[in-house]
Write a protein that binds this ligand. Structure first.
Ligand SMILES: C[S@@+](CC[C@H](N)C(=O)[O-])C[C@H]1O[C@@H](n2cnc3c(N)ncnc32)[C@H](O)[C@@H]1O
Length: 300
C-alpha cells in the first residue's frame, strides 16, 4: 500500500520517516547546535585520549543526539488530531454499537437507491475507497460484483473496524481484499489517481471540512473514476422541518459524532469541480428529521 499524505493543507506537518541513523532525522538547526564530535579522533586519537575515553565519547555523542531526537509524528495522526480529535474510548465504542444496531431498518429503506447507484461499479471499479466506512453497510454491494474487488475503508473511529471487518466477511469479501485505515477524509493517505471509485454515505454530514474532503476524493480518483454518494441534507429553507433541524442541530452534533443536519451537501457536491454529477433526491421515512437525502454519482 502506497501511503501518502497530500500537502494540500500547509498546516499538516510532513515529517521525515523514522530513520535508523539518528543523524538522518535530526533537524539541521539542532545538528548545528551540537558540538562537533571530531571523527578525526577516531582513527588517530591524540595521546591523551585512551581507548576508554573514545568509547565514552561515542556514548556521549549518542546520548546527546538521542536527547535531541524527538520521534516524528506520522502525518496521518496529525490529520486525525486536527480533523477528528480523539473522543473518549467509551464514546467511540458506544457510537459504533448504536450505528451497528440502528442501521437495519434504514438500510432496508435506502437499499433501492443504493442498488441503483452501486450497480454502476460493475466492471468499472476494481479498487474502491470508502470514506467514513463506519460499520460497513455498503460492503455487500461491492462484494456481490466480484470477489476480485479490493476495498479500502477509512474512518477516524477505530472502534468501527471490527464491525466493518465483520460486514466484509458476511459480504464474502476475502480478508486480504479489505483494508481498514484509521484516517480522515480531509487527508486521505493514498496516492493521486490510485482508486477507481470513491464511496461516501452519510459522511459529508460528519466531516469537519466538506470542501477539503471532496478535494481529496478527486485527488485519489483516477481520471474518469466515480464518486458514489448518499447524503442527508438540510430541508428546504422556510419549512417546518428546516426549523426543527436548526433547533436539533447542536444536539445531533453531540450525540452523533459531529453530524450536521442542515448542510447543503447536494449543492456542494454539484459545484465541487467534478466533470459531471447525477444527483437525485429522496425522502426516507425511517430517517425522520434526518431528511431529505441526495444520492447519485459524480464523475472525475
Ligand atoms: C453516520 S456515520 C455513517 C457510516 C457509514 N458510512 C454508513 O453509511 O453507515 C458517519 C461516519 O463518518 C465517520 N467520520 C466522521 N468524521 C470523519 C472524517 N473527518 N473523515 C472520514 N470519516 C469521518 C464517522 O466515524 C462515522 O463512521
Amino acid at each position: 500500500m502506497d501511503f501518502h499524505v497530500p500537502p494540500s493543507d500547509p498546516s499538516i506537518k510532513l515529517t521525515t520517516p523514522l530513520a535508523l541513523s539518528p543523524n538522518a532525522s535530526t533537524p539541521t538547526h539542532q545538528m548545528a547546535a551540537a558540538p562537533s564530535f571530531a571523527p578525526r579522533n577516531r582513527r588517530n586519537p591524540p595521546d591523551h585520549v585512551s581507548a576508554v575515553d573514545d568509547t565514552s565519547l561515542k556514548l556521549q555523542h549518542w546520548e546527546l543526539l538521542s536527547s535531541q531526537f524527538t520521534p516524528p509524528t506520522p502525518p496521518i495522526h496529525d490529520a486525525l488530531n486536527k480533523f477528528h480529535p480523539p473522543r473518549p474510548d467509551w464514546y467511540e465504542e458506544f457510537y459504533a454499537l448504536v450505528l451497528s444496531r440502528a442501521a437495519e431498518s434504514y438500510e432496508a429503506e435506502v437499499a433501492r437507491y443504493k442498488s441503483q447507484i452501486f450497480s454502476n461499479l460493475r466492471g468499472k471499479a476494481q479498487k474502491i475507497l470508502e470514506i467514513g466506512i463506519g460499520t460497513g453497510p455498503n460492503l455487500r454491494y461491492y462484494a456481490s460484483d466480484s470477489s476480485d474487488v479490493e476495498v479500502i475503508g477509512i474512518d477516524p473511529n477505530q472502534k468501527m473496524e471490527k464491525y466493518a471487518r465483520s460486514s466484509a466477511a458476511s459480504a464474502g469479501l476475502p480478508p486480504s481484499n479489505f483494508e481498514f485505515i484509521h484516517a480522515v477524509g480531509e487527508a486521505i493517505p493514498l496516492s493521486d489517481a490510485s482508486v477507481d471509485a470513491v464511496v461516501g454515505t452519510l459522511v459529508l454530514c460528519s466531516v469537519k471540512d466538506v470542501d477539503m474532503t471532496l478535494k481529496e476524493m478527486k485527488r485519489v480518483l483516477r481520471p474518469g473514476g466515480l464518486y458514489l454518494f448518499v447524503e442527508h441534507v438540510g430541508a428546504k429553507e422556510g419549512s417546518i422541518l428546516r426549523f426543527l433541524q436548526r433547533i436539533l442541530d447542536p444536539l445531533q452534533q453531540t450525540l452523533a459524532d459531529g453530524c450536521h443536519l442542515t448542510r447543503d451537501t447536494g449543492n456542494i457536491i454539484s459545484t465541487a469541480g467534478f466533470s459531471s454529477v447525477e444527483l437525485n433526491m429522496a425522502f426516507l421515512s425511517k430517517a425522520t428529521f434526518v431528511n431529505p437525502h441526495v444520492y447519485g454519482i459524480a464523475y472525475k
